[in-house]
Write a protein that binds this ligand. Structure first.
Ligand SMILES: NC(=O)C1=CN([C@@H]2O[C@H](COP(=O)(O)OP(=O)(O)OC[C@H]3O[C@@H](n4cnc5c(N)ncnc54)[C@H](OP(=O)(O)O)[C@@H]3O)[C@@H](O)[C@H]2O)C=CC1
Ligand SMILES: O=C(O)[C@@H]1CCC=N1
Length: 269
């Protein structure tokens, strides 16, 4: 299966690294990227073909759109229409599949997906949505590309991709913010910088691993940490008092609203 990338930035690199680890051949991956330093870096690191012009990148089974949402329309309207069997896989936040099909001169085989940066270490999670004209085989190809870097979840309603964006697309940033906060709390309590970082990171990593491997409800796992009359009870109560649930809900709502806004703005162009 041949895979092309329009845009060779962070997410493209995360996906390419994972695909090569999963046994994709470097000869089957091509990238179009305008920045010469970036082109040289990708070609050297991965042994793939990286070119300035998009034309050759188009002759592929899956064409991944990995540029910023704000430049997608200009990029696509300058391209010839891909072959009907080419599955276009957009990872651009907010931009709707129907608009992509329109900008590609009514190329209807469009899958919209939202991966996340843990893809870099093979631990990504991506939501996918396919326009009705995408064949089962094209869907399977798009899924194979994303499965190379983690798990996948299909949604039947495109609006839910904005929810996926708010939860798992942007979500790593919320978790990193929590790690920053836990680390600085550790320093405020007298730990040195190294110890605070190691304890904060180990706690988030270990807790996520336990939740995945144990399979119990998160609330049940939390209860197992919380001894009656103990320390956690006080700590969790303080988190609740300070509105941590409301803060997370507000973060997700704001991110989803921005995804919709991007879709409205960019689709109206
Ligand atoms: N980062 C994340 O966590 C996630 C990002 N996404 C989505 O992935 C997409 C890419 O994001 P990300 O990788 O972070 O962004 P980057 O800015 O790292 O990558 C975009 C790349 O596209 C290049 N580019 C710009 N114009 C063109 C063009 N005309 N043709 C080909 N390439 C071009 C840019 O080059 P230059 O820098 O020279 O302009 C840059 O290297 C976005 O649409 C984003 O919404 C999705 C999920 C998660
Ligand atoms: O912040 C963004 O717009 C992109 C989409 C999800 C993660 N990063």
């Amino acid at each position: 299966m041949k895979v092309g990338f329009i845009g060779g930035g962070n997410m493209a690199e995360a996906m390419i690294g994972g695909m090569l680890r999963q046994g994709f051949a470097a000869a089957d991956i091509r990238v179009t990227e305008p920045n010469p330093d970036r082109r040289a870096a990708l070609a050297t690191r991965y042994g793939i073909t990286v070119e300035a012009e998009a034309a050759a990148t188009l002759a592929v089974d899956v064409l991944v759109l990995a540029v910023k949402p704000q430049v997608l329309r200009a990029v696509l309207t300058s391209l010839p229409r891909p072959a009907p069997e080419t599955c276009v896989l957009s990872i651009a936040a907010g931009v709707r599949a129907g608009d992509i099909a329109r900008w590609l001169n009514q190329h209807k085989a469009v899958v919209r997906a939202m991966p996340n940066t843990p893809a870099l270490v093979g631990a990504g999670i991506a939501g996918l949505y396919a326009l009705p004209d995408v064949s089962a085989e094209q869907q399977a190809r798009a899924e194979t590309v994303l499965k190379a870097v983690g798990e996948t979840v299909w949604v039947a309603d495109e609006a839910l991709i904005d929810a996926v964006t708010a939860i798992s697309g942007s979500g790593p940033a919320y978790v990193f913010l929590f790690i920053e906060a836990l680390e600085s709390a550790g320093r405020a309590l007298g730990l040195d910088a190294d110890a605070a970082r190691t304890l904060a990171l180990g706690t988030v990593y270990g807790s996520a691993a336990l939740a995945v491997q144990d399979g119990s409800e998160p609330a049940e796992l939390r209860a197992r940490v919380t001894s009656k009359g103990g320390t956690t009870e006080r700590g969790v109560a303080a988190l609740e008092e300070h509105g941590v649930r409301a803060a997370v809900a507000a973060a997700a709502a704001a991110a989803a609203a921005r995804a919709r806004e991007l879709g409205d703005q960019l689709g109206a162009e």
